[in-house]
Design a protein. Structure first.
Length: 244
């Protein structure tokens, strides 16, 4: 079996490390890649072809793991050459997923939940061809949601409505506690019900949100746009907070 990557960032690198089998060959291309990406490819145990067109043609499973803004263009450019399964792992909206479905055969909508470079992320799948990827359970926990392309993309948005709104609330609550000189005590009393590692996880969530507030604001805007027939009071409040 041949698994090809379009894009070779953290997702691709970790999948390469997790999926170890003598029966699987990994391929990619350095075509048009940055010097940093080319260095990562050269250090990896992966076969490098001249073009992504070749990668697409030769792959039994073609994995697209790029930036969300490039996902549709990548599908349009290379999906027509992919006759195997096209697994899209980009953080894109359900609308974009359905648009990609018009340009590729055998699309499987996927998402990796958990820290991208961890040893135990979970791979969620939806689409008619998802069953053919359940063999990946040997290497990474893999869960099929449904036969419907787009269901995983919707779940990603739903997850974001919770996590990003919670992050905005944590920022506001921690700032209030800090203004009274009670930040440590605030996290201590919450840890009594939320768990011993609550403070560590919360501070990590807050820092991550503040360091990428623009991107997270854009993701919230995407949620509001997709679920435009819903009230979404908390999501809109979180967006207002992040924009501040």
């Amino acid at each position: 079996m041949i698994i090809g990557f379009i894009g070779f960032g953290k997702v691709s690198k970790n999948l390469l490390n997790l999926i170890k089998s003598d029966d699987i060959t990994f391929i990619t291309s350095a075509e048009g890649r940055s010097s940093k990406t080319i260095e990562n490819i050269e250090r990896a145990d992966i076969e490098v072809l001249d073009t992504f067109k070749e990668v697409s043609i030769k792959s039994d499973i073609l994995i697209s793991a790029n930036s969300p803004k490039n996902a549709l263009e990548i599908a349009k450019r290379y999906g027509k050459f992919a006759k195997g399964i096209y697994l899209d792992l980009n953080n894109i909206s359900p609308d974009t997923t359905l648009e990609i479905n018009k340009h590729v055969e055998n699309l499987v909508d996927g998402a990796i939940i958990g820290k991208i470079d961890s040893d135990n992320p979970i791979l969620y799948l939806s689409g008619l061809k998802s069953d053919e990827l359940l063999f990946l359970n040997e290497f990474i926990e893999t869960i099929k949601i449904s036969d419907n392309v787009g269901d995983v993309a919707i779940l990603k948005l739903l997850r974001s409505t919770y996590t990003k709104s919670l992050s905005a609330l944590l920022i506001e609550s921690a700032d209030l506690a800090k203004s009274y000189g009670l930040e440590d005590e605030f996290f201590d009393i919450l840890s009594l019900t939320e768990g011993d590692d609550f403070k560590e996880k919360s501070l990590s969530r807050i820092n991550n949100t503040l360091n990428s507030s623009k991107r997270k604001s854009e993701e919230l805007e995407e949620i509001i746009d997709y679920f435009d027939n819903q009230e979404l009071i908390m999501v809109k409040a979180a967006l207002k907070k992040l924009n501040q």
